[in-house]
Design a protein around this ligand. Structure first.
Ligand code: NIG
Ligand code: FE
Length: 416
């Protein structure tokens, strides 16, 4: 049966070109006041003014749900590390005592500190834990997220992480796109020999992951002390040759060359981009690479510097926003906080942040055209908020204003 969501004070449709939004187009929200959304078989049948939608042939017999508030496309979180076994509370204490991310790594914390627990955790427990976390994303209005491996760093444990994502997908309505991030750090077994480890991933891990179809994307952490730009390009090209779409963690802690290394291998997005310079930005615009900004991680690490969103937008690079949810640099699953951080610390407008967290997030996952906008024919993924004006989503922070989440036309969360 069709469902008609009525009484929406403000609906942001993000109707527009079937392409990532850049420049001024990032501020075009497709706002409709006094709106309604009609859904049938998981697809949007009509969206617009309440009066116009009521005239649709399916509207009369549809089940009517009066929701009010603000309605958006469900958030598409294009960058998470949502599979991990334990929070890194020791790292947190060290950082509150003044240590930097790099100093914590040198003291045995950081990514490698997550490995032991991930390697020990059974697949079933890992999947159940991920599904429980997915429930928290849904409560905050996120309907799709990318999930990376990268805390196992051995063939068996990386396969286990990706199989856990597949198993968790059976336990939650949240849609998850898996990414192989075996190239997150060099594991102890390879004693600092990054190239030898990458060769091992290419020879042993990528073919297995490809054979089991366990990941859509391949990602690498290109940074001093992790993997070099040359290694990143070579690795991502090899992954692309096996059918993975490249992505890159680049320019997070320094300007190191990861962005252009990723672009050389055809990366769909370059993520973090805190330290991009003019040449990186020009290369991104030229290649059509999406900049996935993760300002909640800057907030959590207490950094002064944030990604240069204004320059990226002025130069025509499509910007996406994601949580980077992970145990080391961003234990936050609420995209609404990311909107606030992007407004306050990156100088983005509320309109730009909402575009970046929905339609551009979808494009960063290669899903634009199906997800990220409330237009007829697209998947009915919706998030409803207790607000009179969409700007309240960016204005109030540290709170969850989401009251209902709809995935493929089904209500998957409703605030009690
Ligand atoms: O995106 N930078 C690399 N990866 C994560 C952090 C991983 C961790 O510290 O566990 C990030 O910030
Ligand atoms: Fe990350």
């Amino acid at each position: 049966m069709a469902i008609l969501f009525t009484g929406i004070k403000q609906l942001l449709t993000f109707a527009g070109d079937n392409a990532p939004r850049a420049g001024a187009a990032m501020r075009e929200t497709g706002l409709v006041k006094n709106a309604a959304v009609l859904v049938e078989n998981g697809i949007i049948a009509a969206a617009g003014s309440g009066a116009a939608v009521a005239r649709h042939r399916l509207a009369k017999k549809a089940k009517k749900i009066a929701v009010g508030g603000v309605c958006l496309p469900g958030f598409v979180d294009s960058h998470t590390h949502a599979v991990f076994a334990e929070p890194r509370l020791k790292d947190f204490s060290m950082r509150t005592a003044g240590a930097s991310y790099q100093e914590i790594k040198a003291a045995g914390g950081g990514i490698l500190a997550s490995i032991g627990a991930v390697r020990r955790q059974p697949l079933g427990a890992m999947a159940a834990q991920l599904a429980a976390r997915a429930g928290r994303f849904l409560e905050c209005g996120t309907t799709t997220m990318e999930v990376k491996s990268g805390y196992g760093l051995s063939l068996e444990s990386e396969l286990k992480m990706l199989r856990a994502v597949r198993a968790a997908a059976e336990l939650t309505p949240l849609e998850m796109l898996p990414t192989l991030l075996a190239a997150h750090s060099v594991p102890p077994e390879f004693a600092g020999d990054a190239q030898k480890y990458l060769d091992h991933i290419v020879a042993e891990v990528l073919p297995r992951v490809a054979a089991e179809k366990l990941a859509v994307f391949a990602d690498i952490f290109c940074e001093k002390g992790y993997f070099t730009p040359e290694q990143a390009t070579g690795y991502l090209k090899a992954a692309a040759g096996l059918g993975f779409r490249p992505k890159v963690h680049s320019e997070q802690l320094s300007n190191y060359g990861g962005t252009r290394a990723g672009i050389a291998a055809g990366a769909i997005s370059a993520d973090h981009a805190d330290h991009v310079y003019a040449e990186d930005i020009a290369a991104m615009r030229e290649a059509g690479t999406i900049a996935a900004l993760l300002p909640a991680s800057n907030f959590y690490l207490g950094l002064v510097k944030y990604p240069p969103a204004r320059e990226l937008i002025a130069e025509g690079v499509p910007v996406a926003l994601a949580t980077d949810f992970n145990p080391g640099t961003c234990p936050c699953w609420n995209m609404q906080f990311v909107l606030s951080a992007a407004c306050t610390h990156c100088g983005m407008t509320p309109e730009e942040t909402l575009c970046a967290a929905t339609v551009n997030g979808a494009w960063a996952l290669g899903l634009g055209g199906r997800l990220g906008a409330v237009v007829p024919g697209m998947q009915a993924d919706l998030a409803f908020f207790n607000a009179d004006d969409y700007r309240e989503l960016c204005y109030y922070f540290g709170a969850n204003q989401c009251v209902m989440t709809v995935k493929k036309g089904k209500i998957v969360y409703r605030k009690p």
